[in-house]
Design a protein around this ligand. Structure first.
Ligand code: V0V
Ligand code: CO
Length: 147
């Protein structure tokens, strides 16, 4: 079941300056920084609140590390702004994706890939989701093999 807004992904040109904006303007705490080579991004996660399923909601600030990455392409076309939303599941992310695919929505990956903080992620095509690039997230430590 999808049980939380895991994060909102925001594309930006200057990651440090954008983190500082969110911290100074709203008082959000320390950021977790990470580079995801496969996705072609450097990112900062700002934790906003804990959620009822024992996980949390974040802002995910993203800047491209390669000109051919999805975020670079999107920034060149649209400028800075909200890039995607991510729903968190309390179960297996592939099961969640399979259920959504059976309703006619295109899932972009055949198998989940690595996301922030050890999560497993996949994406739904924005053209099948009323214009919103939508990510599904299974947080670290919830996969069956993790015990
Ligand atoms: C593209 N489109 C979007 C969009 N990106 N619409 C809404 N939101 C977005 N973010 C629209 C675009 O305006 C076009 O519409 C159409 O889709 C095709 O776009 P395109 O520019 O030609 O780009 P494509 O087709 O090469 O790639 C689009 C997709 C790509 C969605 C397939 O961005 C992708 O694979 N995204 C998934 C991976 C990703 O975004 N990774 C970065 C975050 P018109 O103009 O034809 O009407 S990584 C992350 O979140 C991590 C690591 C994490 O959470 O842990
Ligand atoms: Co994301």
């Amino acid at each position: 079941m999808l049980t939380r807004i895991d994060h909102i992904g925001i594309a930006c040109h200057d990651l440090e300056a954008t983190v500082a904006f969110y911290q100074e303007t709203y008082g959000f705490g320390d950021a977790h920084y990470e580079t995801n080579q496969e996705q072609g991004v450097r990112e900062a996660m700002l934790r906003i609140n804990t959620t009822g399923d024992g996980a949390a909601s974040y802002l995910q600030l993203l800047t491209p590390i390669r000109d051919d990455s999805p975020v670079a392409k999107w920034l060149a076309k649209n400028g800075e702004g909200v890039h995607h939303i991510a729903f968190g599941t309390d179960g297996d992310v592939q099961d969640e994706a399979d259920g959504i695919a059976s309703k006619g929505v295109r899932v972009l990956y055949d198998a989940p890939r690595n996301g922030s903080m050890g999560s497993r992620i996949t994406f739904l095509h924005p053209k099948d989701c009323h214009g919103v690039l939508t990510e599904l997230v299974q947080k670290a430590g919830t996969a069956p093999q993790d015990g």
